[in-house]
Design a protein around this ligand. Structure first.
Ligand SMILES: NC(=O)c1ccc[n+]([C@@H]2O[C@H](COP(=O)([O-])OP(=O)(O)OC[C@H]3O[C@@H](n4cnc5c(N)ncnc54)[C@H](O)[C@@H]3O)[C@@H](O)[C@H]2O)c1
Length: 258
């Protein structure tokens, strides 16, 4: 896909990776970029920078995503590319409160389900459309220090994979972007030791946007802004036990004691 002249929606577009995507899609000639975010004032700032539109959206609420899609479709036209990018992190294991598990499940997983539910009927009717989901390398590997993030990002990858398989014959394309560390506010919220480790190879959000543009151009399902993630993923598939031993060493070095 070439984003020129396309109508694009980016959730979590007010900050970090989402903001970089909004700026880059605009530079590439998108017809209109919609910045959908919980943080309305920041979303307005980004929209003002790119002559886009800011829409306050909580991606964990289905009604918000339905309204977002209806509003964009009726005011601008069909959505060509929907980037379901908003996500959150919280640290912890099984002791994490149910309410927090539910919150991160809604934002990191159900947001993609709600987005798909809202945009797929129109895309199917037109026989075209593109869904881009931001998951994480943690969805292919794991996130030291955070079970809720690891689990929800695995689920996000699983859902993207399923959509890609199921809707290809309807002309609908799906990509899933799985970065490792990216220099955004989120990286500061990851558990201390592992966050410092991830910072060593962290990318700028603009570099993730570069990888997304290339991945959309080639219509690649798995977009890996850090190429080494492909290697780690291969190691995991080749020898799961060995990969787990390596990850346990990382836990000992960078993780907190449970
Ligand atoms: N930063 C990293 O190291 C990293 C690595 C891999 C994947 N990711 C993923 O990239 C995506 C973007 O993260 P980021 O690093 O840019 O984080 P960020 O915190 O800089 O930005 C996230 C944006 O999402 C918005 N948001 C949060 N909850 C929302 C909700 N319920 N509804 C709508 N908007 C909401 C925030 O207001 C913010 O503008 C996330 O899905 C994240 O999991 C980040």
């Amino acid at each position: 896909m070439d984003v020129r002249e396309k109508i694009v929606v980016v959730t979590g577009g007010a900050n970090g990776i989402g903001r970089a995507l909004c700026l880059r899609f605009t530079r590439e000639g998108a017809r209109k970029v919609v910045v959908a975010d919980l943080n309305e004032s920041l979303a307005r700032e980004v929209a003002a920078e790119i002559d886009g539109i800011a829409i306050k959206t909580d991606v964990g609420q289905e009604a918000d995503l339905q309204q977002l899609v209806e509003h964009v479709t009726s005011s601008l036209g069909p959505i060509d590319l929907f980037c379901s990018n908003a996500g959150i992190i919280l640290n912890g294991g099984p002791e994490t409160l149910d309410a927090d598990w539910q919150r991160i499940w809604n934002v990191n997983v159900m947001s993609h389900v709600y987005a798909a539910r809202a945009v797929l009927p129109g895309m199917q009717a037109r026989g075209q459309g593109y869904l881009l989901q931001t998951a994480s390398a943690a969805g292919l590997l794991t996130q030291i220090g955070s079970a809720p993030y690891s689990v929800t990002k695995h689920a996000a990858v699983g859902f993207a994979e399923w959509l890609s398989i199921t809707y290809a014959s309807a002309g609908i394309k799906v990509s899933c972007v799985c970065p490792q560390g990216v220099r955004t506010d989120m990286l500061d919220l990851a558990e201390g030791g592992i966050a410092d480790h991830l910072r060593e190879t962290a990318l700028d959000p603009a570099e993730v946007a570069d990888a997304v543009i290339a991945g959309l151009a080639s219509e690649t399902f798995l977009i890996l802004p850090h190429p080494q993630v492909a290697e780690f993923f291969r190691h995991k598939a080749d020898d799961y036990e060995r990969w787990l031993r390596g990850m346990r060493r990382l836990q000992t070095k960078f993780g907190a004691n449970p």
